[in-house]
Design a protein around this ligand. Sequence first.
Ligand code: AP5
Length: 241
Amino acid sequence: MEPRAGRLARFQARGIMRIILLGAPGSGKGTQAQRLVGSYGVPQISTGDLLREAVSRATPLGLTAKAAMDAGKLVDDATVLGMIRERMTQPDVRKGFILDGFPRNIAQAEALGRLLGELKMPLEAVVLLNLDLKVLFKRLTGRRICEGCGRVFNIYTAPAGALAHCDKCGEKARLIQRPDDREEVIGKRLEVFEAQTKPLIQYYKEAGLLRIVDADADVETVFKSIQGAVSGAVAGGAAQP
Ligand code: AP5
């Protein structure tokens, strides 16, 4: 079999990546999606980010979504699917995409399958970021966001000084906590993941697309594991443990 480095180089040269990052709240989907954007130049499509933007602009969609989000529940499928269809038909998506936080249940996965069929953009892999509940809880309670630029920090792992001055926008950081990262909401989000999103693991396993990555490691190690899993998918190799 072709060595992993060769597969990866071939994959990077092809320049197309169509993947889903699947994982519980706090498993590192957003962090890893950003790293993948930096390396592969394909857009990150995060339904959570799209919804938060609608909330901050107080659009009608945002006003409807806010109550569900603050309570740790899913926003209704019709709203999310409408947003996804609009985003997935924009020109930059032709070179690939990293779906982060979508799909979230079987109905959304089926709708995505139909949409990608229409657009003739088949999925290459679904990467599950696997992480223990205890670690998820700590990552979520420790997450802070720079109010100026949106950079994500964690109070448990940020280097000394990083929490005082944001290294992205350079401003004195005004760190805020996401409303749904409060302890009382995190429990509900994890419950929703177990009940509604976890069945997607079996769904994509049966479709032959699932790759499982151990997300209980530092950001760089997890990133390398994702690269390995994805390059294996493109080469048709089995990257499953
Ligand atoms: P969304 O924004 O998608 O939230 P989520 O899935 O709950 O995921 P998070 O953003 O909380 O975590 P993440 O996995 O991205 O982790 P991160 O990289 O930030 O959704 C929010 C809400 O919107 C939902 O509850 C729902 O209401 C609604 N919604 C969204 N999509 C929807 C859909 N499709 N249908 C219906 N409703 C929808 O990392 C977390 C923390 O850990 C950070 O502090 C980070 O710095 C740190 N960290 C990351 N990686 C590591 C590492 N390797 N080691 C140590 N620390 C790390």
